[in-house]
Design a protein around this ligand. Sequence first.
Ligand SMILES: [Zn+2]
Ligand SMILES: [Zn+2]
Length: 336
Amino acid sequence: MKIAEIQNDSIIINEAPSLTLNNRKGAIAQVLGCGLCGSDIVKFVHKLSPDGTVPGHEIVARITEIDSVTDFKTGDVILSSHHVPCGKCSFCKNGNESMCLQFKNTNIEPGGFSEYIYLSDEHLKNVAYKKPENLSDEEAAFYEPLGCCVRAIRRTCLPEGSSALVIGLGSIGNIMAQALNAFGVKAAGFDLKRERMDILENIWNSEPGETFTPHAELSPYDAVFMTSGADAAIETALKSVRDGGKIIVFSSTPKNSGYVNNEIYYRELTVTGSYSPAPEDLKTSLNLLASGKVNVKNLSEVYDFEDINQAFKDAIANKVFKAYIKIVNHPIKELR
Ligand SMILES: [Zn+2]
Ligand SMILES: [Zn+2]
C-alpha cells in the first residue's frame, strides 16, 4: 500500500507492507481521504516528527476487515478521531481526557495519509461513527477538527447569550465561530485578512436569521477564542476581552510569548487551554455537521494523493483555507 511519510523535511509517497488485522481486534479501513490539520503543518515545519512519520488524522475511511463487537461492518464508511481516552484515570475523571496517558498513546496506524489504516477496538467503540449520508467526504473530514472546537467551547462554560470573539479566521476559526453560535453564544470573528472575514460573513448571511456581527459591535467580549498564535493576536485578545472575561488558548505561539501576569491578576481574567476532543465533544461535532448548524461546504481545497506535497506547501503558504487529500479515487465498491 502507499503511504505519505516525512523524509528529510519533505513528504514522500512510499510503498509500505499491506495491513491485516492479524488476530487483533479492531478494523482495517481503506482511507478515502484525510484533512490536513494545522497541527500536521506545525509538526512538519518545526521538525517535531521523526523521519518515517505518516501524518494525518482527519480521516474518512471504508472498513475492509473487522473483528469487533460493534454495529460496524465491512463496507461502512466511517469517521474516527485518532486518540482514545481510557475514561477511568484521574485525568479523565477530571475532564482532562486529552491529557490521559492512553489518549496520548493511542493512534491510528500508520497515520491518515495512507491507503489503509488500522483502527483499534477502542477507536471503534468510542470515537468512530458512520459518515452521515448528507455530507461529502471532505465535509465529513471536519469531524475531528470541529470536535476540538466543541471542546474549547465546553471548557469555557459560557452561559447562553454571552458574547465571544474568535481571533484568526482560518478554517478552524470559521467553524469555531459557527459552533459558538450553535451553542447560543453571540460570536464575532476577526482576522487581519479581510477575505477570511468575508467567507464567514457569506456563510452566516446565507442562513435566515443569522447575520455576521462586525468585530467592534460586541466588544468587549465575555470570551476570546485564540485560533491564531501571533503576538499581535495576544494583544488583540487582551484589548478585546472584558474585565473578568475568559481567553481560550487554542493554538501554539512563538516561544516566550504569552499573557501578561498583571493583566490576568488585576483584571481577573481566566486563561484556559483547550487541546484535543473527548468522545462527547466528537459526538456533538458530528451532530453539528450532520444538522448543517456548522456549514463546511466549499471550505476545503481537494488534492489528489500524488499532490500531497503541494497541499502541504499551499497550506504552509496560507494559500488554501483547508486542504483535503483524496486518497482513493475509485473506492472498492463490492466487498464481501
Ligand atoms: Zn486535526
Ligand atoms: Zn484516562
